[in-house]
Design a protein around this ligand. Structure first.
Ligand code: NAD
Length: 432
């Protein structure tokens, strides 16, 4: 793993891109420091009557282009450094896809898997109540969404808590809600769909067909599993997949995606369908043409596209030399460390960076917010057509930067695109 903290990694990439465009000190200073940081201990009642406290954060990075926007994660490793880096990436991401939002992020340092449903509800309500009462959240101020280990049901509890305090309906204060409470069609799989649109566009330029392109996916949660389904439908061959418990590879070609869902459901994890601890059902594996491999082995496979859809910092100085994929698609936030990024560049591995590759989620969140404010309900095809236009345009804008600044990587180009758009907004406001 990288020895650096995520925010330090963000600053390294920011400085690198700023140097390329001779960014003025005032802008750089603004982008290095989040506008607001909220940090507290959130308290909620456990089922046994005890009170539990957990460190809770909301970071608002930059609002020059619009209200802060960004998810809330419940994770044992969530800390201020991580939330700061994710909030900063959100400002750039929203600017890259040119939607009228700034960047924010929230987190609670807790393992939600150890909570009952009622405890999770009390924690979700307590977090949002604290933020609403402190004046942090609001439909024109700061609009959260789900992130790691949070979901539409959690958004529903948070919305309900917010509206109780306000005494009126305000569905646009959160996105990623259930459809019945104002969620948007297409939001559930938007991150994966957006990443797929960009990948397809890039392969089209290279003259490569999905049918001849092999993919391995790290992470089979929301982003990874939807990506597997959509990419397979588009013709790609999904040859290997992993989750936190291990990886599986198809012995003779490619997986049928429905089977992957069945394995995960039956075994609790992909590997769990075939193995209990170190004992594996060889007969079952042979019948299904599946082999188990380690998570690290998945990263070393000789495939065309490696999709990273799990956690940050998974490709680092210690394992980057083993990567054989020609393209990496970052559906996760920050999965490649800056040190590894430089090595990949030298190896001519193209990295489609997180702030473009996974921006489909926040883009459809923006559509949800627009629908909530207008009272309209869009059809799924309409959502996906608009998403395709936005993702394709962002990719074209990024490539124009690559043409202007010869030989910059896609990540540096995406940072430059985001920085320049935020800088224009800050200038127009007279902030710099
Ligand atoms: P999730 O919790 O639904 O899924 C994460 C998956 O990664 C799980 O299958 C987990 O088992 C697996 N995993 C964890 N550690 C692993 C490891 N070391 N090796 C292999 N697999 C591992 O989360 P998600 O919503 O799919 O988000 C995944 C990433 O995508 C995060 O970085 C998140 O910030 C980013 N992202 C998600 C969305 C979205 O809409 N879901 C949007 C933008 C960015």
């Amino acid at each position: 793993m990288s020895s650096k903290k995520p925010f330090e990694n963000f600053l390294m990439t920011l400085k690198d891109a700023s140097k390329e465009i001779n960014l003025c000190d005032k802008t750089l200073k603004k982008l290095k420091v989040p506008e607001n940081i909220f940090q507290t201990e959130v308290s909620f009642k456990l089922d046994n009557g005890d009170i539990q406290q957990a460190p809770a954060y909301r970071v608002q990075h930059n609002s020059a282009r619009g209200p802060y926007k960004g998810g809330i994660r419940f994770h044992p490793d969530a800390d201020l450094d991580e939330v700061k880096s994710l909030a900063s990436l959100m400002s750039l991401k929203c600017a890259v896809v040119n939607i009228p939002f700034g960047g924010g992020k929230g987190g609670v340092q807790i393992n939600p898997k150890q909570l009952s449903k009622t405890e999770l509800e009390r924690l979700s309500r307590a977090y949002f109540r604290t933020g609403t009462e402190a004046g942090i959240f609001g439909v024109n101020k700061d609009i959260p969404a789900p992130d790691v280990y949070t979901n539409p049901q959690i958004m529903a509890w948070m919305l309900d808590e917010h509206e109780k305090i306000l005494g009126e309906k305000s569905p646009g204060v959160l996105t990623g809600k259930p459809l019945e409470l104002g969620g948007s069609l297409g939001r559930g799989y938007a991150t994966s769909q957006g990443g797929l649109f960009v990948l397809l566009e890039y392969l089209k330029q290279l003259g490569l067909s999905p049918k001849k392109t092999t993919i391995a996916i790290q992470g089979f949660g929301n982003a990874g599993s939807f990506f597997a389904k959509l990419a397979n439908k588009a013709g790609f061959k999904i040859v290997a997949v992993s989750d936190s418990k291990g990886a599986i590879i198809h012995d003779q070609g490619e997986f049928e995606i429905d089977k992957l869902y069945q394995y995960k459901q039956a075994g609790g994890s992909l590997r769990g369908n075939f193995c209990q601890e170190d004992t594996c059902d060889i007969e079952k594996m042979s019948k299904e043409k599946v082999k188990t491999i380690s998570n690290e082995a998945l990263l070393k496979l000789d495939i065309d596209v490696l999709v990273l859809a799990a956690m940050d910092g998974v490709v680092h100085e210690g394992n980057v030399k083993n990567i054989k994929a020609k393209i990496i698609l970052e559906l996760a936030n920050g999965p490649v460390t800056p040190e590894a990024d430089k090595i990949l560049e030298k190896k001519d591995v193209v990295v489609i960076p997180d702030i473009l590759a996974n921006a489909g989620g926040v883009t459809v969140s923006y559509f949800e917010w627009v629908q909530n404010r207008s009272g309209d309900v869009w059809e799924e095809d309409f959502v996906n057509e608009k998403l395709k236009k936005i993702m394709t345009k962002a990719f074209t804008d990024l490539q124009k930067i690559q043409t202007k600044h010869a030989s910059v990587s896609m990540r540096k180009a995406a940072f430059i695109l985001g920085i320049e758009r935020i800088q224009t907004a800050m200038k127009l406001r007279g902030q710099i």
